[in-house]
Design a binder for this molecule. Structure first.
Ligand SMILES: CC[C@@H](C(=O)O)C(=O)SCCNC(=O)CCNC(=O)[C@H](O)C(C)(C)COP(=O)(O)OP(=O)(O)OC[C@H]1O[C@@H](n2cnc3c(N)ncnc32)[C@H](O)[C@@H]1OP(=O)(O)O
Ligand SMILES: [Co+2]
Length: 134
């Protein structure tokens, strides 16, 4: 059901510092910051030859990543995103298998303009999983 690894997301306490480290120290291609108010985050995407890194920083008072950063003040890997062809079919199959889909259960439009859903980390070996329909 899952396809390519679309991105690995890293929550960071200082977005500018993290972006500069990927650009200047690691020599990666770093895109400009994007505010995603519907998701409560600001993101910076980093293009790698085989996938992307998504740097995440809280946006607004009710960010879903605030608790994670409080527990991991230096930052850390927050989620992985897999591509799927049909997000509603994937969701329904996952719910039938007992997995918890976060939020309303309806896909939201993600940072790439495509529908996304999140699956509870406790149902996937302690890893928050994002699905993106491509
Ligand atoms: C930009 C758009 C989009 C894209 O296109 O790429 C994005 O990526 S948006 C990214 C941000 N959005 C989300 O993360 C949405 C889904 N997340 C959530 O709904 C919440 O963050 C959460 C996963 C339900 C966690 O909520 P929180 O309030 O922080 O924690 P809880 O106390 O409810 O946590 C329960 C339990 O789970 C552990 N946990 C929390 N976050 C993670 C994580 N990222 N990875 C692994 N484990 C996580 C937390 O530690 C708790 O465990 P215990 O302490 O053992 O109870
Ligand atoms: Co993401």
């Amino acid at each position: 059901m899952i396809g390519k690894l679309n991105h690995v997301a890293i929550a960071v306490p200082d977005l500018d510092a993290a972006a500069a480290q990927y650009r200047d120290t690691l020599g990666a291609r770093v895109n400009p910051p994007q505010d995603e108010p519907d998701h409560g985050v600001t993101v910076v995407f980093i293009d790698l030859p085989n996938t992307k890194i998504e740097l995440l920083h809280p946006l607004g008072d009710d960010s879903p990543i605030s608790g994670f950063l409080a527990k991991n003040p230096s930052g850390g890997i927050h989620h992985i995103c897999y591509e799927v062809d049909d997000i509603l079919a994937a969701r329904d199959r996952l719910i039938a298998s007992g997995a918890r889909v976060l939020g309303s259960g309806e896909p939201k439009i993600g940072a790439h303009g495509k529908p996304v859903l999140f699956l509870h980390p406790k149902d996937f070996t302690g890893t928050l999983v994002e699905l993106e329909q491509v």
